[in-house]
Design a protein. Structure first.
Length: 256
């Protein structure tokens, strides 16, 4: 049985996905790499199939109709066979030891979620790299500590953009059973802050979490050419939907 599963949601990722996949291959036979092609219109499907053919005991290609990022990682989680599952978006990459360290942390603490940080890498090499991580004070929290110390400041700690736990799905290693249990709370329509749905839902159920401080192995790629800074007339509606979903999850789980 594989030690961990890693799902890669991809949509029109032909120019970047090879770098992403290659960064995960050092995990060898202990790792299951699930490439989820979310109805891409370029050569993403072809590249996924090529890797699956080249590494048949490590890589699996999953092809589905386009349904958006949330639907894609859900498909990966459903196909995962290991006890723990992580996620890497198709245009990003990771340091070779990222999931080895996250898995060691999760197993040593019997954690439902292991957390690390990330670094923003810019296509414009003149821009300085920046890092981001969760604002946690120790390396593990049991259920009581999660409820008493983290729940009150989980969404915001009172400061501007003050997130105690970074919402990003990609800086976490999750117990697979909890992802599957909570995927039903993750609405595919949410496109602003969509990762918060999963992280929040799992944290509501987690019995223990672990944290790797000052560790930034995930490389979040900022492609200047693809960034859109124009006016989105529906942006506030999208934010409102995210807020509604989080409040609904909190009510259903009776945590606030």
């Amino acid at each position: 049985m594989k030690l961990l599963s890693i799902a890669i949601p991809c949509y029109n990722s032909q120019d970047y996905m090879a770098h992403c996949i290659e960064s995960l291959l050092p995990g060898g036979e202990d790792v299951e790499i699930l490439i989820v092609n979310d109805g891409s219109k370029d050569d993403t499907a072809k590249i996924a199939d090529e890797y699956a053919a080249k590494y048949p005991t490590i890589v699996k290609a999953i092809h589905k109709e386009n349904g958006g990022l949330t639907s894609a990682w859900k498909a990966g989680a459903e196909a995962a066979t290991a006890d723990y599952v992580g996620f890497v978006d198709g245009d990003d990459w990771v340091d070779a030891d990222m999931f080895e360290k996250l898995l060691a942390s999760a197993e040593s603490h019997d954690a439902d979620m292991a957390i690390c940080g990330l670094v923003y890498d810019y296509e414009d090499s003149s821009r300085e790299k920046t890092v981001e991580t969760s604002r946690l004070s120790r390396e593990s929290y049991d259920r009581q500590a999660i409820r008493q110390e983290l729940f009150p400041v989980l969404i915001n700690n009172g400061t501007f953009f003050g997130r105690t736990i970074q919402a990003a799905r990609v800086t976490k290693l999750y117990r697979t059973s909890l992802v599957r249990k909570n995927s039903k709370y993750c609405d595919n329509r949410v496109t602003v802050g969509e990762d918060l749905q999963l992280t929040f839902s799992v944290l509501c159920d987690a019995q223990r979490i672990s944290f790797l401080p000052d560790y930034y192995p995930y490389h979040y790629w900022i492609n200047e050419g693809s960034m859109t800074g124009g006016y989105d007339p529906d942006y506030m509606k999208k934010i409102a939907l995210t807020k509604y979903r989080i409040r609904w999850i909190a009510k259903v789980k009776d945590v606030y």
